[in-house]
Design a protein around this ligand. Structure first.
Ligand code: MF3
Ligand code: CO
Length: 289
């Protein structure tokens, strides 16, 4: 396992180990020995993998941009699914949710009190006043990308608009904590605190995830964690920040008819924005939004 200082680095850069990840590995070893949770090497992306993920994300962003242009009152979520499938495949990608663990569609569409994993359907017609999350994920050449946005249909209530906006700001607050050698808990607590300071709650059971060579990789990314806890963030890590923020209580349940769609227990609205982020040498880079 030990690599010589003058041997090629494990990351595939072609550089000598001493000129590449040797310092990184020493830092990781030191943190590990002090009891911190550190990223395993297989989730640290190489330059080539990051390039692959960016190409995948370019499709994912274009698909969400296209949805942004098309989405309107009276449209069914089935139509959104078709738009996503057409655009993704036209650009050479594969929708990552399609047949993922039995998920039947190319996108998740979650309306109002639906928290996430809503299944597009002919029966769900977008109406004035709805807030809807459209969660897209793409596979290109084996590389995954994943991000989601909220859409407001026609005129919406002031309280729903505030929920949507604050949730977006929660992601921003989380992003500000993303930097090498910080902790995922720093990010989680920032999201949590901002949501609760605004009178909202954050879903505990479902979180973000590492991503890249798989749809869902280590680590699991929660938003009820404390600063200074959870996995250390290291350059080359890629994961999603995707808090589900509830207007009412944090409790949720899963639809027992389809085993997918998650709802708020109290029936109050929930919002979610998702970005896919890369930890860089001096901070972060948003790969998909
Ligand atoms: N994009 C969702 C996520 O963030 C997808 C969940 S898997 C699905 O993980 F099958 F439900 F779509
Ligand atoms: Co995700």
């Amino acid at each position: 396992m030990k690599i010589g200082r003058n041997e090629p680095c494990w990351c595939g850069s072609g550089k000598k180990y001493k000129m590449c990840h040797q310092k990184f590995d020493e830092k990781i070893e030191q943190l590990k020995s002090r009891g911190y949770k550190v990223p395993p090497r297989n989730i640290i992306k190489t330059e080539e993998q990051i390039e692959g993920m960016k190409k995948s994300a370019a499709i994912n962003i274009a698909v969400l941009d296209h949805v942004t242009d098309c989405i309107k009152e009276g449209m069914t979520t089935e139509e959104i699914d078709q738009i996503v499938y057409e655009k993704t495949t036209a650009m050479g990608g594969i929708p990552a949710t399609l047949n993922y663990q039995g998920f039947p569609k190319s996108v998740c569409t979650s309306i109002n009190e639906q928290v996430c994993h809503g299944i597009p359907s002919e029966a769900d017609i977008l109406k004035e006043g709805d807030i809807v999350n459209v969660d897209c994920s793409t596979i290109l050449n084996g590389y995954f990308s994943d991000s989601s946005r909220m859409f407001c249909i026609g005129e919406i209530s002031e309280e729903k608009r505030r929920l949507v906006n604050i949730t977006r700001e929660c992601v921003k607050k989380g992003l500000e904590q993303v930097k090498p050698w910080g902790f995922l808990g720093d990010m989680g607590q920032a999201v949590h605190d901002y949501a609760y300071a605004n009178g909202y709650t954050v879903v505990r059971e479902i979180g973000g995830h590492g991503i890249g060579l798989e749809f869902h990789e280590e680590p699991w990314v929660g938003y009820n964690s404390e600063a200074g806890t959870e996995m250390v963030m290291a350059p080359g890590m890629t994961f999603t920040i995707e808090p589900m923020v509830n207007m009412g209580k944090a409790e949720i349940y899963v639809d027992d008819k389809n085993d997918w769609t998650v709802y708020t227990q109290d029936g109050k609205p929930s919002a979610q924005w998702e970005v896919m982020v890369l930890v860089t040498e001096d901070g972060y880079e948003i790969l998909s939004y």
